[in-house]
Design a protein around this ligand. Structure first.
Ligand code: HEM
Ligand SMILES: *[C@@H]1O[C@H](CO)[C@@H](O)[C@H](O)[C@H]1NC(C)=O
Ligand SMILES: *[C@@H]1O[C@H](CO)[C@@H](O)[C@H](O)[C@H]1NC(C)=O
Length: 331
């Protein structure tokens, strides 16, 4: 069947273009390699895994926070460790950008891991961007999620951009069209959007990020969830802003409960519920699929994590391998 289609000259040409586009799309990730540290530091990956397991055992939410750290790194000029750079009197990094301030966490755990990896490797061998990518995968696994090989060899940025962090990370106020176009701007598909939003099977949100949904979106918000969330998140801005609500009923277990919740109008964030409107849309169909078929979710999530983790890496002689993840080597 495929062969007979390709004998048609136009179809053959179209197939060539498709192959060329596919090659083009993979060139950035083709430079990364899961075996990058096999020779240079075989102890690196086991060391990271052990420290992530310790951190998650001490506080399960840390697994969620490390996963989100990787997302917020990758969506701002690529997975280059830029989110880890501290502000200095002469430099404004990304930590205080709107989507990150008082929200992104895990920096101390990354410091601890990087110190241990430097010791295990007897030197500065593993980049901070790779530490974050591996820690995200190990966090997912520690909380019961799928494993996958992490392509490695990212190098660390010597710069960061608060403006880009403000504008490149999607906001919880976004509707489905803006969510989809934001992901498309990063080369990620609607399927990637739905699968990766499944990361909200883990962790928590602050009241400030779901207050408007709680009081203004009653038509698409389950009444009993609304009642329980309102107790901790009063209507008036400034009251209980930092109260936490789990993003799904099992915030320390990587499962399909997030998608099951969306089917029942129990998405916590506006952006979560935007993936499911109860209609015939493509996102709706994916939410139904993942709610019913956990294996499909796990597979698509792992594949999408590899794509997200391969966004615009610095490789070769670009960037550097930071010794201390919080600052560039020579400032
Ligand atoms: C699709 C667009 C997305 C939006 C609008 C969004 C928005 C948010 C918001 C507002 C929070 C709560 C933050 C706070 O209150 O401090 C949150 C938490 C979280 N997000 Fe997302 N997110 C998105 C996609 C993702 C993706 C792609 C991932 C990872 C692959 C992710 C992982 C997480 C995790 C794990 C948490 C919980 C963090 C913790 O408990 O520390 N999110 N997200
Ligand atoms: C980023 O957003 C924060 C919070 O809204 C704002 O204070 C800051 O000035 C913004 N930074 C840039 C560079 O646009
Ligand atoms: C809800 O909508 C009203 C009217 O648009 C707005 O004034 C208010 O700030 C919104 N948020 C909350 C929490 O009521």
């Amino acid at each position: 069947m495929v062969v007979s289609i390709l004998t048609h000259p136009f179809m053959a040409a179209a197939a060539c273009v498709a192959v060329a586009l596919a090659l083009l799309a993979t060139t950035s990730s083709a430079q990364l390699d899961p075996h990058f540290y096999d020779k240079a530091c075989p102890a690196a990956l086991p060391t990271i895994k052990r420290l992530v397991e310790e951190a998650v055992a001490a506080e399960p939410r840390m697994g969620a926070s490390l996963l989100r750290l990787h997302f917020h790194d990758c969506f701002v000029n690529g997975c280059d460790g830029s989110i880890l750079l501290d502000d200095t009197p002469f430099f404004t990094g990304e930590t205080m950008a709107a989507p990150n301030a008082n929200s992104v966490r895990g920096f101390d755990v990354i410091d601890r891991i990087k110190g241990a990896v430097n010791a295990a490797c007897r030197g500065n061998v593993v980049s901070c961007a790779d530490v974050v990518a591996i820690a995200a995968r190990d966090s997912v696994v520690a909380l019961g999620g799928p494993s996958y090989d992490v392509p490695l060899g990212r190098r660390d940025a010597r710069t960061a951009s608060q403006a880009a962090a403000n504008s490149s990370i999607p906001a919880p106020t976004f509707g489905i069209d803006r969510l989809a176009s934001n992901f498309a701007s990063h080369g990620l598909s609607l399927q990637d959007l739905v699968a990766l939003s499944g990361a909200h099977t883990l962790g928590f949100s602050r009241c400030t990020n779901f207050r408007d949904r709680l009081y203004n979106e009653t038509a698409t918000l389950d009444g009993s969830l609304a009642a329980s969330l309102r107790a901790a998140c009063p209507r008036a801005a400034g009251t209980g802003d930092d109260s936490l609500a789990p993003l799904d009923p099992t915030p320390a277990r990587f499962d399909a409960a997030y998608f099951a919740s969306l089917l029942r109008n129990r998405g916590v964030l506006h952006s979560d519920q935007q993936l499911f409107a109860g209609g015939p849309g493509v996102a709706d169909a994916l939410v139904r699929l993942y709610a019913a078929d956990t294996d499909a979710f796990r597979r698509d999530f792992a594949d999408a994590m590899v794509r997200m983790g391969s966004l615009s890496p610095l490789t070769g002689s670009n960037g550097e391998i930071r010794y201390n993840c919080r600052k560039v080597n020579y400032s």
